[in-house]
Design a protein around this ligand. Structure first.
Ligand code: C2E
Ligand code: CA
Ligand code: CA
Length: 713
């Protein structure tokens, strides 16, 4: 009898259309034991609530439900014991309302214990009439409970695996699984998204198909060494997508072992780090390269320079080239900043095109560039590069259809014995650059010790000069200028004097320092004030027709109009007329880039001041400028005068200057006239005024009156 029932249950299990095992077994058990209800219920971890997973009644599966175990026969079962009441169930459990509502009379329940003997579920049969064959029911229940629990555990495992699979499949990391022979056995969606390969396309293949060729054999050898030793490896790898594109990935590989500790699988996780790499590269670029020009920036250059210094080899030569663009500020002023920026870009490109890829070109300040020539074979190569740079910069740059010439002043320092550190090298290159600038720009200088001494002296003098200006320690002397037509002194040139620590310093030395370190305005104000004061004294003594010449540096020329008036204001303050003063300006004030200055010339002229062009012949002499600028006097530089009597060419030059000036309606002043012979020659050539030791050295103010009263031509 029981055997038949077992057989029918097993048959029904194997023939069932449903893949839900517990549903099927509940249905067939209910039928076999003629129970009104059969169900399987899972217990919560505290074993206080049961929730059915399958409930069969009248050959159908009903909806599942939960109930409290307290005061029910199921409570006993949940504690691991079988419970069986053939009748009177309601009387035995008067507080089990559900039991009463359902009209239950007979009850059989068995615990479903898992592999570690814990009761996780129960199998229950309910009868609305007394149970006929208790033995049959309990033995069938006992028989199938083991199978039910196994099946439930299996199902749970399947659920877990399904979830895990889902996690793997949906993971944003690409996952690739290989067997122990490195053949691909599985990949997930992210893998396909990143590489472009579907699973079918890579199944059974080796991961070698992704190789980019970016890594050498050593790289992979080390990787497999790590995997063999530690079971894992992680790092960055460049791989190839299906479309051939290379991409960087962060890859970690883990080895999975079987129960016998043999390698079963290799699982690789990777993410595409192209974006991260790009961002890193951008940060790298911004930190090291100049945003405007794309060449190295100052800090990166310093880094490279210090590397070059520490790895310097005596057998080779390295050199540091420092460059300033000549007159870049003026380019900016005239053409605007966008134009200036464009020029900087073009300059950078040109410098880069003239150097090797191993050399470093950098923009280290607004218009300052540097080149590090690394490990060149000999000095000759350095010379070649410098020559190439200068010949290249003799060609114009074309920006917005404007052709502009931009020259460089360059300082060069060789690594020599390799003893200099970075800051010393830079300092030396700066000295050399300054020297190149002093040489009239568009040139280069190699560093020499003399330069360093000169710079040091400049530094000391600058400090002392600044103090001297603050403490009124400068004086002014006056050199007479004689009119040949009138044969008398008609002018004096004011010349500044400075005695520093008991030593006279030449204005030739300290004027450029004053110009460079912005002391020249103060100096100029002082000289103009002293000159006006002196002229006042002369006038009070009855000398009414004497003009005083005051030197003006181009660096003193104010940029805006309101400041221009200051010169005139000072003259007025001393009760003088503008025509009492003649301003001496050198030709550099007329340089093409100094257009601005034309305005000042015109303004001074309009106010009534006289203007003399100083050191004529040494600079940007251009007839067209002379025509345009309202100059009254042309001062022929003393270098021409001094060579005149011995050098026929100089003689012709001086005579030409005089003739030209006359034709332009300007008067000429010869400077540095020391001999009678020179005086005679100049008189013959028709020069208008003579200045020089022949008549007098510059005089301290207290000697002027005496000189004037005793002067005889
Ligand atoms: P400079 O304007 O060409 O001045 C003439 C220079 O020639 C003066 O030199 C003068 O002493 C010198 N000299 C005059 N006659 C003779 C001569 O017969 N033979 C020789 N060998 N030299 C003669 P100093 O005073 O040393 O001034 C040098 C330069 O310094 C001046 O050249 C001028 O450019 C600048 N300087 C002097 N004083 C001032 C000043 O107050 N302001 C500005 N901005 N520059 C000044
Ligand atoms: Ca002068
Ligand atoms: Ca002069």
């Amino acid at each position: 009898m029981v055997e038949e029932k077992v057989k029918s249950i097993i048959d029904s299990l194997s023939n069932s259309a449903s893949d839900n095992f517990t549903d099927t077994i509940c249905l067939s058990l209910a039928k076999a034991i003629k129970a009104d209800f059969v169900f399987v219920a899972k217990l919560n971890p505290e074993r206080t609530i049961a929730t059915t997973v399958s409930l069969a009644t009248n050959n159908v599966i009903k909806e599942n439900f939960s109930y409290h175990l307290k005061s029910t026969p199921c409570h006993n079962v949940s504690q691991g014991e079988m419970c069986c009441h053939t009748s009177q169930a309601q009387e035995l459990y008067p507080d089990d309302q559900l039991l009463i509502d359902m009209g239950v009379v007979g009850y059989v329940g068995v615990p479903l214990k898992n592999s570690i003997d814990e009761t996780g579920a129960i199998l229950v049969a309910l009868y609305l009439n007394p149970i006929e064959s208790e033995i049959e029911v309990t033995s069938l229940f006992m028989l199938f409970s083991g199978m039910i629990i196994k099946e439930m555990e299996k199902q749970e495992l399947i659920d877990v695996l399904y979830t895990r699979n889902k996690i793997i499949e949906e993971s944003s990391d690409a996952i690739i699984v290989c067997d122990k022979d490195y053949k691909i056995t599985s990949v997930n969606k992210a893998f396909t998204r990143i590489t472009g390969y579907s699973f079918k396309e890579v199944e059974g293949e080796s991961p070698n198909i992704f190789a980019s060729g970016n890594h050498d054999k050593r790289f992979f050898k080390q990787m497999w060494k790590d995997i063999t030793k530690n079971g894992t490896w992680s790092g960055e790898v460049w791989n190839k997508k299906k479309n051939g594109q290379f991409f960087p990935e962060h890859l970690s590989i883990n080895t999975i072992y079987d129960e016998n500790n043999n390698i079963a699988l290799y699982v690789g996780f990777f993410i595409d780090i192209s974006k991260k790499k790009k961002a890193e590269q951008e940060i790298y670029r911004q930190a090291r390269f100049d945003l405007l020009t794309g060449v190295a920036n100052r800090s990166f250059f310093m880094e490279k320079l210090s590397l070059a210094v520490t790895s310097f080899k005596k057998s080779e030569q390295s050199a540091l080239l420092l460059m300033d663009l000549d007159l870049f500020k003026e380019v900016n002023d005239v053409h605007g900043h966008d134009f200036g920026d464009e020029l900087l870009i073009k300059v950078s490109n040109r410098l880069q095109s003239l150097t090797k890829s191993t050399d470093i070109v950098a923009r280290i300040s607004g218009d300052g560039f540097a080149i590090l020539l690394n490990n060149v074979v000999d000095d000759e190569i350095i010379n070649n590069i410098i020559t190439r740079i200068f010949s290249s910069f003799s060609e114009c740059f074309i920006i917005n259809n404007i052709s502009i010439r931009c020259t460089l002043s360059m300082g060069v320092v060789l690594f020599q014995d390799g003893k200099d550190d970075v800051s010393t090298l830079i300092k030396k290159a700066e000295y050399a650059t300054t020297h190149a600038k002093d040489n009239g720009r568009n040139s280069f200088s190699y560093f020499t010790q003399d330069m360093q001494n000169k710079v040091y002296r400049q530094f000391v003098l600058k400090k002392a000069l600044s103090e001297a200006l603050n403490n009124n320690l400068l004086t002014v002397v006056f050199q007479p200028i004689v009119s040949l037509a009138e044969e008398k002194v008609s002018k004096f040139e004011a010349l500044v004097r400075w005695k520093n620590d008991g030593v006279w310093i030449s204005p030739e030395e300290f004027i450029p320092i004053a110009e460079e370190f912005s002391l020249i305005k103060k100096l100029g104000e002082f000289v103009l004030g002293e000159t006006c004061r002196q002229l006042n004294i002369l006038k009070s003594q009855g000398y009414n027709n004497i003009q005083f010449n005051v030197n003006r540096s181009v660096y003193e020329i104010p940029l805006n109009r309101s400041e221009n008036d200051q010169w005139l204001t000072v003259i007025e303050q001393y009760g003088l007329k503008p025509s009492d003063i003649c301003f001496e300006l050198t030709e550099s004030a007329l340089a093409p880039d100094k257009r601005n200055n034309e305005r000042l010339f015109n303004q001074l002229k309009a106010a009534g001041c006289a203007i003399a062009l100083d050191d004529f012949g040494t600079g940007y002499s251009s007839l067209s400028y002379l025509r345009r600028i309202p100059v009254d006097y042309i001062k022929i530089d003393k270098s021409f005068i001094q060579d005149m009597s011995t050098n026929a060419e100089e003689n012709i030059l001086v005579s030409t200057i005089i003739a030209m000036s006359k034709s332009l309606g300007k008067k000429t002043v010869a400077e540095g006239v020391e001999t009678k012979e020179q005086l005679q020659q100049l008189t013959e050539l028709g020069c208008d005024f003579i200045q020089g030791y022949y008549f007098s050295k510059p005089l301290p103010c207290e000697e002027i009156i005496n000189f004037l009263t005793e002067f005889k031509y």
